[in-house]
Design a protein around this ligand. Structure first.
Ligand SMILES: Cc1ncc(COP(=O)(O)O)c(C=O)c1O
Length: 509
C-alpha cells in the first residue's frame, strides 16, 4: 500500500512518535531548489530515517499538515512520500497514516554511557502598593508577590493559554494509562524518568528540535528550574563558579544560578544574539543562553553568531541551552537547537511549561555525556525521580500525536492574540517599538518617552494591568521597556490592557 494520510486520529498503530507537523525535522523550504521540492523533501526524509531522527515505526505527519507547515502544495508532500514508499522506507497503513518501515542504513548506536537580592516586602493583600511591587532590584519572592495581586488584565510573560489545557485528552490518556498500569509501576520509578517518557521525549526532540539522542541520554526533571538546580553543584564540582548570562536575560533563571552559588556575569545581547566577543571577555567557562528565542528580547541567534558560539564552546565553553518556548513560532522557519550541533558542549533543557502548563512541573535535561552520571545522582538524591503517573500520561500524549495537535491549536490561538497586541500597541503606544514578536508567548516593547519602566509597570497595575518591567531582566544599563505576555489573554482584554498601558504612559510623561 502506498502512503496514506489518515494520521489525524492517534490510532496507536505506530510504536514511536507520530511525527506530526510542527517544526518537523527543522525543515526549511527556503533550502529547496525551485522545481525540485518533492525530491528535496524526499531526500531530507531519507536522511532523517538513515540517521535515526525518524525511527522505524514512527509515523510521518499527515500530508495536509506538513504541506501547511512548509507552505507547499499537498501534492509536493504526497509525491515525496510516494518516492519513499517506492524505495521501501515507508508504508501506508490506512488509519495509521504513513509509517517508517525500514532505514537505509543501520540506526546509530546510542552513545556511551550567590546570594539573592534583598526580598521585596511580602504581598499582604491590598496593603502592598503597586509601587512597592516594582522595586528596582527585585528579590526571589517577586514573582510570587506579583502573582498574588489580582489584576483585570494579566500580561505576565511565560504562560501559554492555560484555559486551553487539553483536559479531555489528559483525562483520556490518564484513564488508559491506569487501565494498563501494572502494580510495579506504582512503586519507585527510575530516577532518570520513566523509560516511556524518555523515549517519547527523544522522539519529540528529534522531530521538533533536530536533536538526535537516545532515551538513555534524557533525564526527566521538574522543569528547567530543577534542571538548573541539579546542574549548579555539578558545575561547581567541575570548577565552574560563574555562568555568563544574557543581558537582558531572564531574571528567574538567573536567580536559580545565584541561589546555587554561581556568579552570573552579564553579556549584552544585540539583534544577532549574545555578543560572543564579550562572552569571551568575561572569562566564564559556561553560559546560560536562550538561542531559539532570546528571553526577553525575542532575538533569534543568527547563523553567524551561532557559528561564533559553537567556536567558543569548541574552545572549552559549556552552553546551557534554555529552550523554554521554541515550539511557539509564527513567522519564521524553525531553528535547530544548538544541542543538535555540538552534543559534547551543550547542556539542553526544555519543559512542558509553555506547551501544556507550568503546574505539571515536567521537563527534560539532555546533558553532555560527561555530566550525565553526576546529574542522575543529583536527581536521585533530590527526589528519587519525578512522579511516574503524569510522566506516563505525557508519554502517551506525545506518542499518540495529541500533544502536537494541541500545539498546533495553541499556535493559531497565540498568533491571533499576538496580532491583537501588536495592533493595540500601534494604536495606543505611538512610537513604541515591538521586539521579538515572531515567536514565543510574549513580546517586549520599548517606548518614548523614557520614563522608568518600574514606574510605568506600577502605574499600569494601578489601572488594573499586570506586566513586567524590562529593567528587572537587566544587570547592565539599557532602555526601559515592558515585557508583555499575550498568550494567556483573549484579544478583547489585550486591547483593553494595552489602552491602559498607553494611558499610564501619558500620565507619567
Ligand atoms: C527564560 C525561561 N526559562 C525557563 C522557564 C521555564 O521554567 P520551568 O521549565 O521550570 O517551568 C521560564 C519560565 O517562565 C523562562 O522564562
Amino acid at each position: 500500500m502506498g502512503p496514506v494520510d489518515e494520521g489525524e486520529k492517534g490510532t496507536g498503530g505506530a510504536a514511536e512518535g507520530p511525527g506530526r507537523g510542527s517544526d518537523f525535522l527543522q525543515l526549511d523550504i527556503g533550502d529547496a531548489p525551485a522545481g525540485g521540492k518533492a525530491e528535496w523533501l524526499a531526500r531530507r526524509l531519507r536522511q532523517a530515517i538513515a540517521d535515526g531522527r525518524l525511527a522505524v515505526d514512527s509515523r510521518l505527519p499527515p500530508t495536509r499538515v506538513l504541506a501547511a507547515e512548509l507552505r507547499v502544495s499537498r501534492g509536493v508532500v504526497t509525491e515525496a512520500y510516494r518516492r519513499l514508499a517506492e524505495d521501501g522506507h515507508v508504508q501506508g497503513r490506512r488509519r495509521g497514516g504513513t509509517v517508517v518501515v525500514a532505514a537505509p542504513s543501520p540506526l546509530p548506536a546510542p552513545p556511551p554511557a550567590g546570594a539573592s537580592r534583598p526580598p521585596v516586602p511580602a504581598a499582604a493583600g491590598d496593603a502592598v502598593t503597586p509601587a512597592a511591587l516594582f522595586p528596582g532590584s527585585p528579590g526571589a519572592e517577586i514573582f510570587e508577590a506579583l502573582r498574588d495581586v489580582r489584576a483585570r488584565v494579566d500580561f505576565t510573560p511565560g504562560r501559554p493559554d492555560l484555559a486551553a489545557f487539553p483536559r479531555a485528552s489528559w483525562l483520556r490518556a490518564e484513564r488508559a494509562v491506569l487501565a494498563e498500569l501494572s502494580a510495579e509501576h506504582l512503586g519507585y520509578g527510575d530516577p532518570r524518568g520513566a523509560p516511556q517518557l524518555r523515549r517519547a521525549v527523544a522522539g519529540w526532540l528529534a522531530r521538533g528540535r533536530g536533536i538526535r539522542v537516545g532515551p538513555e541520554e534524557v533525564l526527566i526533571v521538574a522543569g528547567t528550574a530543577q534542571a538548573l538546580t541539579l546542574l549548579n553543584p555539578v558545575l561547581l564540582a567541575d570548577g565552574i563558579d560563574r555562568v555568563a548570562v544574557e543581558d537582558p536575560g531572564s531574571l528567574g533563571t538567573r536567580q536559580h544560578l545565584l541561589h546555587g552559588g554561581l556568579a552570573t556575569p552579564p553579556v549584552p545581547v544585540d539583534e544577532d544574539g549574545v555578543r560572543v566577543g564579550e562572552l569571551r571577555r568575561t572569562g566564564a567557562r559556561a553560559a546560560l543562553l536562550t538561542p531559539a528565542h532570546q528571553f526577553p528580547t525575542g532575538v533569534v541567534t543568527s547563523g553567524g553568531r551561532r557559528r561564533e558560539l559553537l567556536r567558543w564552546a569548541g574552545d572549552g565553553g559549556l552552553i546551557v541551552e534554555d529552550d523554554y518556548d521554541a515550539e511557539h513560532r509564527y513567522d519564521r522557519p524553525p531553528v535547530p537547537a544548538l544541542r543538535a550541533l555540538l552534543a559534547d558542549r551543550v547542556c539542553y533543557a526544555g519543559s512542558v511549561s509553555k506547551l501544556l502548563a507550568p503546574a505539571l512541573r515536567i521537563g527534560w535535561l539532555v546533558p553532555p555525556p560527561r555530566y550525565r552520571d553526576a546529574l542522575v545522582e543529583a536527581k536521585r538524591f533530590t527526589d528519587l525521580g519525578n512522579a511516574v503517573l503524569p510522566q506516563l500520561v505525557l508519554a502517551r500524549l506525545m506518542d499518540s500525536g495529541e500533544l502536537e495537535r494541541h500545539l498546533r491549536q495553541l499556535r493559531a490561538r497565540h498568533r491571533r492574540r499576538r496580532d491583537a497586541m501588536i495592533g493595540a500597541i500601534a494604536e495606543h503606544l505611538p512610537g513604541a517599538v515591538v521586539h521579538g514578536a515572531a515567536a514565543g508567548l510574549h513580546l517586549t516593547v520599548t517606548y518614548p518617552p523614557e520614563v522608568p519602566d518600574t514606574a510605568l509597570a506600577a502605574a499600569a497595575l494601578a489601572r488594573g494591568v499586570k506586566c513586567q518591567p524590562l529593567s528587572w531582566h537587566r544587570q547592565l544599563p539599557g532602555r526601559p521597556g515592558l515585557v508583555l505576555g499575550y498568550a494567556a489573554t483573549p484579544a478583547g482584554a489585550i486591547a483593553e490592557g494595552v489602552a491602559a498601558l498607553g494611558a499610564a504612559l501619558r500620565e507619567l510623561a
